[in-house]
Ligand binder design. Structure first.
Ligand SMILES: N[C@@H](CCC(=O)N[C@@H](CS)C(=O)NCC(=O)O)C(=O)O
Length: 99
């Protein structure tokens, strides 16, 4: 299963919202820290990912979502999973995998 990648700076409120949502719902993800104070969002690599040079950014199997669209996206993924495959949860009801 390819991990969801999220590019965040945890000093940023929108980023914390994404991170809290993913963690609370036990959605496996790879956290990639982008330190705004060090200008890491201005690098050519990050600019390729998000030309707006802002966090949060989420990458799911090559599909890139930027800014506020990151926030409803995990909700939609969870709903999609629950509808199509409700057994993809652990014993405590935590999310196990992306479709
Ligand atoms: N519109 C975005 C906000 C994105 C945003 O403003 N990100 C800030 C951090 S909170 C950022 O990356 N700032 C860097 C910059 O603009 O240079 C959302 O609602 O998620």
């Amino acid at each position: 299963m390819g991990f969801l990648e999220v590019y965040l700076d945890l000093l940023s409120q929108p980023c914390r919202a994404v991170h809290i949502f993913l963690s609370h719902n036990k959605i496996p993800h790879k956290l990639r820290i982008v330190a705004l104070r060090k200008g890491e969002h201005k690098t050519p690599e990050f600019t390729k990912l998000n030309p707006m040079q802002q966090v949060p950014v989420m990458v799911d199997k090559g599909f890139v979502l930027t800014e506020r669209s990151c926030r409803p996206y995990p909700v939609l993924s969870l709903m999609r999973t629950a509808i199509r495959n409700p057994v993809e949860r652990d014993e405590e009801g935590g999310y196990v995998g992306m479709l």
